[in-house]
Design a binder for this molecule. Structure first.
Ligand code: ATP
Ligand code: MG
Length: 500
C-alpha cells in the first residue's frame, strides 16, 4: 500500500466537506474518486497532497504515519497534483510553466536545453502543438490543462492526483492522456482520477470510491459495477438520464443572428454562421479549432479583422462586450476563474451582478430583493452552497460553473453564447442545464453552445457546425447527426451527409 487516509474529516463554517472518510491506493493502481459537485472530492485530494490540513484523521505513507508540511513537502514524498482550478502563470512561457518550481540546473546555470527537450517530449506525447515559447495566458483552457498535466509528468512522482484533467479535453486528447496513464501504471506509479465523464472511469480505472455530501459511501472494483450502479451509488437513487427524451423542436424561421465572413487571424477565417429564434446551435471542434475565438468575436470581446454581424435583420456594430450585452447577446465564458466570476465576492452578488440595476429602488439597492433573485437563480441551477454570502471561491469547481450560468441567466439576454457550460458539472446538474437551455428556447431565446463532448451537442442541439483550424468544415441538421461523422469533421477530415 502506497498511501492511506483514515477517518479524514474536514469542516468549514456550515459545511461538512468530509466526514470520516477512508481511502487507500497501492503502487501502480488507478483509482477513481466519484461524486456529485460538492461531494468532497477535491477537498480529499488537497488533504492527500498536503495543501490543506484535515480537522480529524491520519495519513500513512508506505504504512508509516505521515504529516505533510504543505504541498511542497508532499511533492518531495512523491505526491504530485493536477488541481481542478488551473495554476498556470499566464505571463510565463509554456516551458517555464512546465518546470515552474523545479527548474533544472547545470552547475550554477539553468539548463534550458534539457528542460526544453523534456518539455517537448511530454507535450508531444500529450498531443499539444503549441510552441514552447508561447505565453501560457494566450492558450486555450484545454491547452493550459495539458500544460498542467505536463507539469506534473515532469516531476518524479509516486502518486499522481488528477482532479478533472479531462474536463475540457476532447476524445483524442483524452486518449493520449490515458495512454500516458497506462505507461505510468506500468512504471508502478499510482494515479487518482476525478472525472464527471463516467465512461472514462470504466476505461482506465482499477477501482473506485464514492463520496456523497462529504460521506464515504463505498468502494468497488471496476469489474464489479456498471455505470447505472455507479450513478445510483453517487446520487443515492437510480436515474434514467440517458433515456430522457429531447424537448420538442421550437426552432422558428426567424433569423436572429447572422455572421458573415468573420475573420480574426490566425484564429478564425471567414466564418459564416446563422442562428434562428428558438434554435440551439452547437459548435464542435478540437483544441485550437477557434471555437472560443469565434464566440468571443461575436460577443465583441476580441476585435475582428473583418466580417459583419446582423442581429434581428439589421447590421449590428458591436463595439464592446457591454455594447453586445445591450444588443441582446450574453456570453458565459470558458474560463470561470479569470473571466466568469469574482471569486472573492459573495456567491449572491456574483449571480446578480449583471442584473443589479433591476434591484435598485428609490432607497438604493434593495438587498432583500437582490438576495431573493440570487437564491432563485442558484436554485434553478442546483448550486450547492452553505450561504449566499460565502465567497464564490469557496464553492466546489462544478458549483462555481453553475454560478457563471446563473449570472448569465439573471442578465436575461435574448441570445445566449455558452462556452463549455457543462465543464466540470455532474451528471444530474448537466440534465438541469439541458432542461434550462430548452426552457430558454421554448421562451423564444436562442443559444449557441460549445462543448468538447460531442455526445452532449448531439443531445441538446438542433444543428451542429464543425470547426477546424478556424474554418467551418460542415454543418449538420438534427436528423443527420452522426457521432463519427461529426468527429471526423471536427478533425478536419471529410464526412458525408453534411449540408454544405
Ligand atoms: N475554503 C472553503 N470554505 C468553505 N467551504 C468550502 C471550502 N472549500 C470547499 N468547501 C465546501 O466543501 C464542499 C466540498 O467541496 P469540494 O470542492 O471538495 O467538492 P468536489 O467534490 O470537488 O465538487 P466538484 O465536482 O464540483 O469539483 C463544498 O460544499 C464546498 O462548498
Ligand atoms: Mg472538485
Amino acid at each position: 500500500m502506497l498511501l492511506e487516509a483514515r477517518r479524514i474529516s474536514k469542516f468549514y463554517p456550515g459545511v461538512k466537506a468530509l466526514n470520516s472518510v477512508d481511502f487507500s491506493i497501492d503502487a501502480g493502481e488507478v483509482v477513481a474518486v466519484v461524486g456529485e459537485n460538492g461531494a468532497g472530492k477535491s477537498t480529499l485530494m488537497k488533504i492527500l497532497a498536503g495543501a490543506i490540513e484535515p480537522n480529524e484523521g491520519e495519513l500513512y505513507l508506505d504504512s508509516n504515519p505521515v504529516e505533510f508540511d504543505g504541498p511542497l513537502d508532499a511533492q518531495r514524498h512523491g505526491i504530485c497534483t493536477i488541481y481542478q482550478e488551473l495554476m498556470i502563470v499566464p505571463e510565463l512561457s509554456v516551458v517555464e510553466n512546465v518546470f515552474l518550481g523545479h527548474l533544472k540546473k547545470k552547475g550554477i546555470f539553468l539548463d534550458w536545453n534539457t528542460m526544453r527537450k523534456e518539455a517537448q517530449g511530454i507535450l508531444s506525447r500529450l498531443g499539444l502543438t503549441a510552441s514552447l515559447d508561447a505565453k501560457a495566458g494566450d492558450l486555450s483552457v484545454a491547452e493550459q490543462q495539458l500544460i498542467e498535466i505536463a507539469k506534473s509528468m515532469s516531476r518524479k512522482s509516486r502518486l499522481l492526483i488528477m482532479d478533472e484533467p479531462t474536463a475540457s479535453l476532447s476524445k483524442d486528447e483524452v486518449a493520449s492522456l490515458f495512454e500516458l496513464v497506462h505507461s505510468l501504471k506500468e512504471e508502478g506509479i499510482a494515479v487518482i482520477l476525478i472525472t464527471h465523464h463516467l465512461h472514462e472511469i470504466f476505461e482506465i480505472c482499477d477501482r473506485l470510491i464514492v463520496l456523497r455530501d462529504g460521506d464515504y459511501i463505498g468502494a468497488s472494483d471496476i469489474n464489479q459495477i456498471d455505470e447505472a450502479g455507479l450513478v445510483e451509488m453517487m446520487l443515492g437513487h437510480a436515474v434514467d438520464t440517458y433515456d430522457k427524451g429531447r424537448r420538442q423542436n421550437v426552432k422558428s424561421d426567424e433569423l436572429v443572428l447572422k455572421a458573415s465572413g468573420l475573420t480574426r487571424a490566425p484564429y478564425i477565417d471567414n466564418v459564416d454562421l446563422t442562428l434562428n429564434r428558438g434554435e440551439v446551435l452547437g459548435i464542435a471542434g478540437l483544441m485550437g479549432a477557434g471555437r472560443t475565438e469565434l464566440m468571443r468575436a461575436i460577443f465583441a470581446a476580441d476585435k475582428i479583422d473583418s466580417g459583419v454581424i446582423e442581429i434581428n435583420g439589421s447590421l449590428a456594430y458591436l463595439s464592446s462586450p457591454r455594447n453586445a450585452l445591450n444588443q441582446g447577446l450574453g456570453l458565459a465564458p470558458e474560463d470561470r476563474k479569470t473571466q466568469g466570476l469574482v471569486l472573492s465576492m459573495p456567491i449572491g452578488h456574483n449571480a446578480t451582478m449583471p442584473s443589479l440595476s433591476e434591484h435598485v429602488g428609490l432607497l438604493g439597492l434593495n438587498l432583500r430583493k437582490e438576495a431573493a433573485a440570487a437564491k432563485d437563480l442558484c436554485e434553478k441551477l442546483l448550486v450547492k452552497y452553505a450561504s449566499l454570502s460565502q465567497p464564490a471561491g469557496n464553492l466546489s469547481g462544478g458549483n462555481q460553473q453553475k454560478v457563471v450560468l446563473a449570472k448569465l441567466l439573471g442578465a436575461g439576454t435574448d441570445i445566449y453564447l455558452l462556452d463549455e457550460p457543462t465543464r466540470g458539472i455532474d451528471i444530474g446538474a448537466k440534465e438541469a442545464i439541458f432542461d434550462l437551455i430548452w426552457d430558454l428556447t421554448a421562451k423564444g431565446n436562442s443559444v449557441i453552445i460549445i462543448s468538447s463532448v460531442i455526445e452532449e451537442l448531439i443531445r441538446v442541439c438542433d444543428r451542429i457546425v464543425c470547426l477546424h483550424l478556424g474554418r467551418v468544415t460542415n454543418t449538420y441538421e438534427r436528423g443527420d447527426f452522426d457521432l463519427n461523422r461529426i468527429m471526423l469533421n471536427a478533425m478536419g477530415k471529410s464526412g458525408e451527409g453534411a449540408i454544405q
